[in-house]
Design a protein around this ligand. Structure first.
Ligand code: AKB
Length: 316
């Protein structure tokens, strides 16, 4: 029997591609995609979909019972930039949904939980280069505070109740199938769409802002790999650092110019600059590489080619 999986937040940037991949691995019917709104045509056509609110325990517990769910991937969250505009709403969504899922696992209604954390758990007092797995964490955004708090609760539920919860700290995720919503790293997705459409882009971060980034295919691979690893391999039960590449808006623009020589970038930093300045420039992810064999495939060169080809293919 394939593992029965529920994805909460399946219509979002990562949820969409994660649902498609897990359906490829476990079979369409084994993976129930759910979200508060319908997803892309491709997602909706690929298997069962349920409308559900991640903040409503009864709805989530009802889906778990109805579909005999074993593993839950909780992908619903309000990200860094949007969270600053609605702090209490972000806190409510990010924390309530996590407690619902952790409590379902504690009560043995599900077996395992995947919950993503983020580089947003780090803050201005964190070492900026090669940020270690364990270090000072004083996040300044409500999103970062919710992710750091969530990490502590994951670790607590694992120690206290034996909950098998697994987590990674995603860097900025770059993809072309579904747009990201409300993050500080979103410029690295917008830039590709605008380069193809208009041949120019105005970045909301300065030319030299270096941030950790990852192509979607690698992020999905990491998510699948950590969930497929044997329980005893997962030694960190808060969340694992994860890295692939770091770049600045300027260096990404240089890569794009190799394909679109007339491409022009300008800079108009806004409130997201402060958020980006508080985050690491690069990440040490040795713990993930050693404990469960993480490795990435995409660097900035492969990423640029994949993004431009992917967006162009969608336009024809
Ligand atoms: C954001 O920018 O808020 C997210 C993240 C790094 O978690 N992409």
């Amino acid at each position: 029997m394939p593992t029965k999986i529920l994805i909460i937040g399946a219509s979002g940037q990562i949820g969409t591609e994660l649902s498609l991949k897990l359906r490829e691995i476990h079979g369409s019917d084994a993976v129930i995609a759910s979200d508060i709104r319908e997803g892309s045509e491709e997602l909706m056509a690929s298997g069962p979909f349920e409308i559900a609110n991640a903040m409503d325990y009864e709805q989530i517990a009802g889906l778990v019972e109805k579909h005999q769910i074993e593993d839950v991937y909780l992908m619903a969250a309000m990200l860094s930039a949007t969270g600053e505009k609605a702090p209490m709403k972000a806190w409510g969504l990010n924390m309530d949904s996590l407690f619902h899922v952790l409590n379902l696992a504690k009560d043995k209604k599900i077996k395992r939980v995947f919950w993503p954390s983020s580089i947003a758990v780090f803050g201005p007092s964190t070492p900026k280069e090669n940020t270690p797995q364990t270090t000072i964490m004083e996040p300044t955004t409500v999103y970062g505070i919710s992710k750091q708090t969530g990490e502590r609760w994951c670790s607590y539920y694992n120690k206290k109740y034996g909950v098998d919860v697994r987590s990674i700290r995603y860097p900025g995720i770059i993809s072309y199938k579904t747009l990201p919503g409300g993050g500080t790293t979103d410029y690295a997705v917008e830039i590709f769409h605008e380069a193809i459409k208009d041949g120019k882009y105005t970045s909301f971060l300065t030319a030299s802002t270096s941030l950790p980034m990852m192509f979607m295919e690698d992020a999905i691979k990491a998510t699948v790999d950590i969930m497929e690893a044997p329980t005893e391999a997962i030694k960190v039960r808060s969340s694992y650092n994860l890295a692939a590449m770091s770049f600045t808006p300027e260096s990404l623009a240089e890569e794009i110019k190799k394909y679109i020589p007339t491409f022009e970038i300008s800079y108009e930093p806004d409130f997201r600059q402060d958020i980006a300045d508080s985050w690491p420039s690069s990440i040490d992810d040795n713990a993930a590489r050693e404990d469960w064999g993480w490795s990435h495939n995409f660097d900035i060169v492969a990423l640029t080619e994949a993004m431009l080809n992917g967006i162009k293919a969608q336009l024809v």
